[in-house]
Design a protein around this ligand. Structure first.
Ligand code: FES
Length: 299
């Protein structure tokens, strides 16, 4: 802990009661009051870089779709056909050529969401096409990261929430990063989403659960207390540690990262945004992860 970070005197570390990790009622409340109304991360802009490329995201019974139009603009929509509510694009990610075509009855939408065509149109009453486009979603691109929100909520813009990290993040040039081949790891965990978040919020688990990582940092790791829905944890390499081969080799192959300030060249930094998003900055790469609840007991 750095000297300038004081923990509140009445800091309660007793945690939530056990039922909070199983309750269907609480899960439904969380879906309504957290996951539908708080910013949810969907992808990096360069994961949908080409015209027609899309990424989908589901949470809390809602379905989102982010797609790049012919004009090069990325837009967010409900992944919901205006006819009978089918998914418009079925996969986690992919590319549509000229249009999005609903797999159910074949309604077609332009890449900007406008209704393009209706199969057997003469069997429908007269319709104003401009009223039947895909429903847009609130979307924000922050440093190349794409966030959507299903309903307006209490949070300000992502840029405002994370503003206190701007100076530290700027040298990584996030907006121009490109995804690696192994950019997605969708593990289904048989636990409530808060179980995962609780563990991750506490670096206390690192020594036992990640011995290699612990050797990289030594005791040079700390979690700042949550502040205004954001968190920051930093691990500074401890050069005195590291007899494991993986730690030694990592240090050997790590590039100098001279685009970063000196102290950040040997740090892993994690920024969290309530309720479920984490961005990890490494000297040579950047990662993100988030817990997406599937039920009260699956994440
Ligand atoms: S549900 Fe999409 S065309 Fe019928």
């Amino acid at each position: 802990m750095t000297a300038d970070i004081a923990l509140p005197k009445d800091w309660d570390r007793s945690g939530l009661p056990g039922w909070a990790y199983f309750s269907q009622e609480l899960f439904e409340l969380e879906c309504e009051t957290l996951f539908k109304t708080h910013w949810q991360f969907v992808c990096h802009v360069n994961e949908a870089a080409e015209i027609g490329a899309y990424v989908t995201f589901d949470v809390a019974g809602e379905r989102a779709l982010v797609i790049r139009g012919h004009d090069g603009i990325l837009r967010g929509f409900h992944n919901l056909c205006r006819h009978r509510g089918s998914r418009i694009v079925p996969d986690a990610r992919g590319v549509c050529n000229k249009a999005m075509v609903c797999p159910y009855h074949g309604w077609a939408y332009n890449l900007d969401g406008g209704l393009r065509g209706i199969a057997n149109r003469d069997t429908f009453p007269p319709m104003q096409a401009e009223k039947w486009g895909l429903k847009p979603l609130e979307m924000e691109i922050w440093n190349g990261l794409v966030f959507i929100r299903f309903q307006a909520g209490p949070q300000p813009a992502v840029a405002e929430i994370l503003a206190r990290f701007d100076d530290e993040i700027a040298p990584y040039d996030l907006a121009n990063m490109v995804p690696t081949d192994s950019n997605s790891m969708d593990d289904l965990l048989a636990v409530n989403w808060k179980s995962v978040r609780d563990v991750d919020n506490e670096g206390y688990h690192v020594r036992q659960a990640h011995p290699g990582l612990h050797q990289l940092y030594g005791d040079g790791y700390f979690d700042e207390p949550y502040a205004n829905g954001t968190s920051r944890s930093v691990g500074t390499f401890n050069e005195a540690y590291g007899h494991r081969w993986s730690v030694r080799k990592y240090r050997e192959i790590l590039p100098e990262a001279d685009h970063l300030p000196l102290h950040q060249r040997r740090q892993w930094i994690y920024f969290g945004m309530f309720p479920n998003f984490v961005l990890g900055l490494y000297p040579d790469s950047v990662i993100y992860y988030q817990e997406v609840p599937q039920s009260a007991t699956q994440t």
